[in-house]
Design a protein around this ligand. Structure first.
Ligand code: ADP
Ligand code: ASP
Ligand code: MG
Length: 496
């Protein structure tokens, strides 16, 4: 069996869902279980709806729902027919009726918008998209069955950021999926789960990748495929820099390091369930199924490029903190991260470097509310309006010259180099937020001037319209034996 997860843009329209049906059909022999996100930007719209309701704005709340409703009915009509269409229309009617009841209760009767209610509201996105996809498969002649994710994905009760109860979920998945999936494609929504008491929860934004990985581990799948809107894991975030390369392969460790450092194409926890059973994770482009994508496995492929990819996180405030006593800085860094999460300000990055701890929070957070001094620490320095750039690759270790090359490449930019503390496969640095795009471009030029064609592929589409390239030359062969030197049309994406 395999798991095929399709993200928001891969189910955003009738065309996208029909494409999905074709892709699933071509994998039928491998008994796919399909996991889908909400359609397009539905989750954002539902959360916006919740906010209008909270503010008592019945009109805007209702308009939001109208928009989502029209789109869902339109898409259902494009992809389903016969009984399947009738069933899905009844279901959509019931869902929007329930959402309108919530609007009335909140806006008119003062019901509080708790995190639990936010989860209920957000969960409609995946519930509806998965039902539509199941109906689309059925209508395309692919026997399928819908599974409510809340029956199999169990979580704790940290609403909006719930943590999966892995073993309990695996046990349910092992029991339910082979039974339901006997000769049929099981389709379920990602992102949503339930507590053991049956209360709806969500796994945090982008959580459908994690659902796919949990399902894969639960059924001991042969492969977990993440179908999205890019060719695979790219050497840089295409929203920051265009004209980059696509990685053919990566190790679990490298993929996890990139995901936690800002490579949004994978939810940060996706790799964990797959690693235990060594299930390969694949990132594929749903618009270009002919592209082989990125294969993520246990062993890092041999590669002469020490850096495999560059990830970044913008708009941060970085606190540089030093303990006043002899405490183990690693332990203290973990404790500070835990404390900031408890105060509702989850750390975007934390590490210790020679006894100094770096704790990064989103700039919008009120870091002044953190009782740092209670931890027996002194604040040494504050880096406001910063970005953290992370270079990832198993070739990055304590003895490499990556730091020297980084400082030379960014010589006009004020840089603070951090060791990641996490492992020997990442090195992070702080730069001013305003210099992030330029820094990524310069680092990309430095570390990907020569690329190993066994590991990196040309990337033809990155989800953006490419502006006019200023150079597009390719030379073959050089002294490193077989590797090619390329001059790429790199284009930083303008900041807005
Ligand atoms: P989905 O809806 O399919 O889950 P996401 O928007 O969550 O898709 O993730 C895909 C996006 O991740 C890409 O469109 C891209 O903008 C972003 N991204 C950030 N870093 C990377 C990277 N290193 N490689 C590929 N995509 C990246
Ligand atoms: N629909 C959810 C979100 O937008 C989960 C996901 O897409 O993975 O965050
Ligand atoms: Mg995603």
């Amino acid at each position: 069996m395999i798991v095929m997860k399709f993200g928001g843009s891969s189910v955003e329209s009738g065309d996208a869902i029909l494409r999905l049906a074709g892709t699933v059909k071509s994998h039928l022999a491998r008994q796919p279980v399909v996991v889908v996100s909400a359609m397009g930007k539905t989750t954002n719209k539902l959360l916006e709806f919740a906010e209008h309701a909270r503010r008592g704005d019945r009109y805007l709340g209702s308009r939001c729902l109208d928009e989502v409703q029209d789109h869902h009915f339109e898409v259902a009509g494009q992809v389903a027919n016969g009984d399947a269409l009738q069933r899905i229309e009844t279901l959509l009617q019931r869902s929007f009726r329930d959402l309108r009841v919530i609007l009335f209760e909140v806006a008119d009767e003062g019901r509080e918008v708790t995190p639990a209610l936010l989860d209920t509201i957000a969960s409609f996105g995946e519930q509806m998209s998965s039902e539509i996809v199941a109906a689309a498969l059925e209508s395309a002649g692919i026997p399928s069955v819908h599974l409510d994710a809340r029956q199999v994905i169990l979580t704790d009760n940290r609403h909006t950021e719930a943590k999966p109860l892995y073993w309990e979920s695996y046990a349910r998945l092992r029991r339910v999926i082979p039974y339901l999936g006997d000769g049929r494609v099981v389709v379920m929504g990602g992102f949503i789960g339930a507590t053991e008491d049956g209360v709806t929860t969500t796994l945090g934004r982008g959580g459908s990748d994690l659902t796919a990985s949990i399902v894969g581990a639960g059924i001991s799948a042969d492969e977990i495929q993440i179908w999205t809107d890019v060719d695979g894991m790219l050497t840089s975030d295409p929203r920051v820099l265009q004209g980059v390369y696509c990685l053919r392969s990566l190790s679990y460790g490298e993929a996890a390091a990139l995901a936690v450092s800002g490579a949004k194409v994978l939810h940060p926890d996706t790799v964990t369930p797959a690693v235990r059973q060594r299930i390969p994770l694949l990132i594929r482009n749903s618009r270009r199924p002919e592209v082989e994508g990125t294969r993520i496995t246990q062993a890092a492929p041999r590669c002469f490029n020490p850096v495999k990819a560059i990830a970044c996180k913008p708009d941060l405030t970085v606190l540089e903190i030093r303990p006043q006593d002899e405490r183990d800085p690693e332990v203290l860094a973990a404790a500070l991260a835990e404390m900031s999460a408890r105060y509702g300000m989850p750390a975007e990055f934390v590490c210790q470097n020679n006894g100094t701890i770096f704790l990064a929070l989103k700039s919008a957070m009120r870091y002044q509310n953190l009782p740092i001094e209670l931890g027996g620490c002194v604040e040494v320095r504050l880096h406001p309006r910063s970005a953290i750039i992370t270079l990832v690759g198993e070739g990055i270790d304590g003895t490499s010259d990556i730091a020297t090359r980084t400082l030379a490449a960014l010589r006009q930019i004020p840089v603070t180099i951090l060791s990641s503390g996490r492992s020997k496969l990442a090195m992070s640095l702080i730069v001013p937020s305003s210099e992030m795009h330029r820094s990524v471009e310069m680092l990309h030029r430095e570390f990907f001037q020569q690329i190993d064609p066994a590991v990196f592929a040309e990337c033809q589409e990155s989800g953006f319209q490419s502006p006019q390239p200023f150079a597009n030359l390719t030379e073959s062969g050089d002294s490193t034996g077989g590797a090619r030197r390329r001059f790429r049309p790199l284009t930083p994406v303008s900041q807005n």
